[in-house]
Design a protein around this ligand. Structure first.
Ligand code: F6R
Length: 613
């Protein structure tokens, strides 16, 4: 949440900052701002709303030539959405400018201290105290370096931060620091660029250094130095990003979400590439680093994740328990971190996170490690904090996901979890022929998904017809229950309508009271084994005047007579069925959102990558 960018080099900085902010906008989009150094002074421009508005304003009202500056796109935590609360924040006297992602938890105490020292405050944010605290430490020890001043200041700060500081007193340098909020340094030739996200630096360089917690770095055009907050210089490792710049483009689609829905045949293919055994009867993961005996000795699995990734894990539980017969627990990472859950020693823990930066998931990972568990990661963002902190892990290889509502990352998580089910099953009782059938179904997934993508127009019509219904109920049984949950989450997120999900048969135990002509029930009815029961449930809804959309792959019933709308998808193996069944729900949410006039890539109140608690 909140995007940070900074540049020092030879080029004009304004457009670099604004282009970077456009790439980071999915991390927060209630306001944005930049600060540059021009003729010895810090010049700022801020704007409520989207980066495009800042860009337009900067074109006419920001004439400053400069080669050093910082920028920010905000997701409000402290203080409402207003220009005065937008970053960068300046110290009294304008010598320091700060952009910040995170929360300063003891900001009221620090503010009280600084008020006593006669500092003035103009915003309601916690960030502004950082600018004044730095100024205070500068005045206390004027002989200190810029980095040393920021370091001394941060020693008094409790909470989380990814921050960048610009100063008119130190005109060639930007200081950045990190505690729990991501930051990386993109290394160029005669220029360096810092950002909270690789998406913002990829067009300038592929060489990056990731800051770790409690590290602080001084960035100049031709060098950089990383130290820890307490101990001294850090030996940094340079990583290669391997990120396609075009991933961050819309490529002709009106929204990233739609682009990413259509990318799923290839993102799923990428998740599977090189990950099948030679005899095609099992899967393998280079990153998992567990010997067959170790895999076999695992008695229980625990998955921790948030939001969409949590629903992927819940679906994974059904698959792993069904095919591999290993008990699986799935925990909300945000709950697990504060719960003293009793777990057995032969439990293998997985944390799952698209961004690899979600603070709750990271905290769950630390908690599991503290308890001595081996923790594996399933992440999409290469080099993310979770990827670097887990004992071993699996990359999703879904490519950059820019849509705030996760789509292709969800199905690539499901794909990997399904492959894990196969792997664990083959380590236990699944014979090689059954394993080959499973692997073959996985390999056919891109083709099956391509088929489902053909139904986009039909789903658009359904969305247009029913978008004004008052309640949307998503119903699924067994592994389709988490898929229904994900369908409801997508719709809530991007269309702001009331949507809930239930295991289909649970409806009679309460939610059926919601059924009226104003409600639309979406049945994910793609499991052959429970069809008769589902047909009964559909009739119960129809008898009460509710409207029904059914996603089906069966040819036995005349579904068109039972339901108001029928979306047909191909019949596939049970291990991949949830993946194929999820796609129509993504389309439904997308088209309802668009029909209702919502900005589906920037849903209100949300931001991608939740790096605050
Ligand atoms: C929903 C969505 C969120 C994320 C959740 C976890 O579309 O994107 O619910 O799934 O915030 O994010 P990651 O996977 O980055 O840990």
């Amino acid at each position: 949440m909140c995007g940070i960018i900074g540049y020092v080099g030879q080029k004009q900085v304004k457009s670099i900052l604004i282009n970077g902010l456009k790439r980071l906008e999915y991390r927060g989009y209630d306001s944005a701002g930049i600060a540059v150094l021009a003729q010895g002074e810090i010049c700022t421009m801020k704007c409520v709303g989207k980066v495009a508005e800042l860009a337009a304003k900067a074109q006419t009202h920001f004439p400053y030539a400069s080669t050093i500056g910082i920028g920010h796109t905000r997701w409000a935590t402290h203080g409402n959405v207003s220009e005065k609360n937008a970053h960068p924040h300046l110290s009294d006297g304008n010598y320091f400018a700060v952009v910040h992602n995170g929360i300063v938890e003891n900001y009221l105490q620090i503010k009280a201290f600084l008020l006593e020292k006669r500092y003035h405050f103009y915003s309601d944010t916690d960030t502004e105290i950082l600018a004044n605290l730095i100024d205070y430490h500068y005045r206390k020890a004027m002989q200190c370096s810029f980095g040393e001043i920021v370091r001394k200041s941060l020693l008094h700060v409790e909470g989380t931060y990814g921050l960048a500081v610009l100063s008119s007193i130190f005109p060639d340098e930007i200081i950045v620091a990190r505690k729990s909020s991501p930051l990386l340094i993109g290394l160029g030739y005669g220029e360096n660029i810092i950002a909270s996200d690789a998406a913002a630096v990829a067009r300038y360089t592929q060489r990056v250094v990731y800051l770790n917690d409690e590290e602080i770095a001084s960035i100049r055009s031709d060098n950089f130095l990383v130290t820890t907050l307490r101990e001294g210089v850090v030996d940094t490792v340079c990583h290669n990003l391997d990120l396609e710049v075009r991933d961050a483009d819309l490529a002709g689609y009106p929204y990233y979400m739609l682009k990413e829905i259509f990318e799923q045949p290839s993102s799923i293919e990428n998740a599977m590439r090189g990950r099948f055994t030679e005899d095609n009867s099992s899967s393998k993961f280079g990153g998992l680093s567990l010997a067959p005996q170790e895999l076999r000795s695992v008695k229980r699995l625990l998955f921790c994740a948030c939001g969409t990734a949590y629903y992927a894990c819940l679906a994974g539980k059904y698959l792993i328990e069904k095919y591999a017969r290993i008990p699986v627990d799935v925990e909300y990472a945000s709950e697990f971190r504060y719960r003293n859950a009793p777990f057995q020693s032969d439990t293998l823990v997985f944390v799952v996170s698209q961004s690899g930066e979600t603070i709750d998931t990271l905290a769950a990972l630390y908690e599991a490690k503290r308890k001595g568990y081996t923790v594996m990661g399933i992440t999409n963002v290469v080099g993310s904090t979770i990827a670097r902190t887990t004992d071993a892990g699996i990359y999703q290889h879904a490519g950059l996901e820019m849509g705030v509502a996760s789509t292709k990352a969800f199905t690539s998580q499901l794909t990997i979890l399904s492959m894990l089910a196969l792997l664990f099953a083959r380590q236990r009782d699944m014979d090689s022929f059954t394993g080959q059938q499973y692997a073959c179904a996985l390999k056919s997934l891109p083709a099956a998904i391509n088929e489902v993508l053909q139904s986009s127009k039909q789903i658009r019509h359904i969305a247009e017809k029913y978008c004004n219904q008052k309640h949307f109920l998503f119903l699924g049984r067994q592994v389709m229950y988490p898929i229904a949950l994900e369908g409801a989450l997508k719709l809530k997120e991007i269309a702001y309508v009331h949507a809930e999900a239930f295991p289909t048969a649970e409806m009679k135990h309460g939610p059926i009271a919601l059924i009226s002509e104003q409600s639309l029930c979406i049945f994910v009815a793609t499991q052959r084994e429970l069809l008769e029961k589902t047909v009964n449930n559909i009739q119960e809804v129809k008898a009460r005047g509710g409207k029904v959309v059914a996603i089906i792959n069966d040819k036995k019933y005349i579904w068109e007579e039972l339901c108001d709308e029928v979306i047909r998808i191909p019949e596939v193996h049970g291990g991949v069925n949830p993946i194929v069944s999820a796609i129509p729900l993504q389309f439904l949410a997308y088209y309802i959102g668009v029909t209702l006039g919502c900005d589906v890539d920037r849903p209100r109140n949300l931001a991608k990558s939740v790096t605050v608690e």
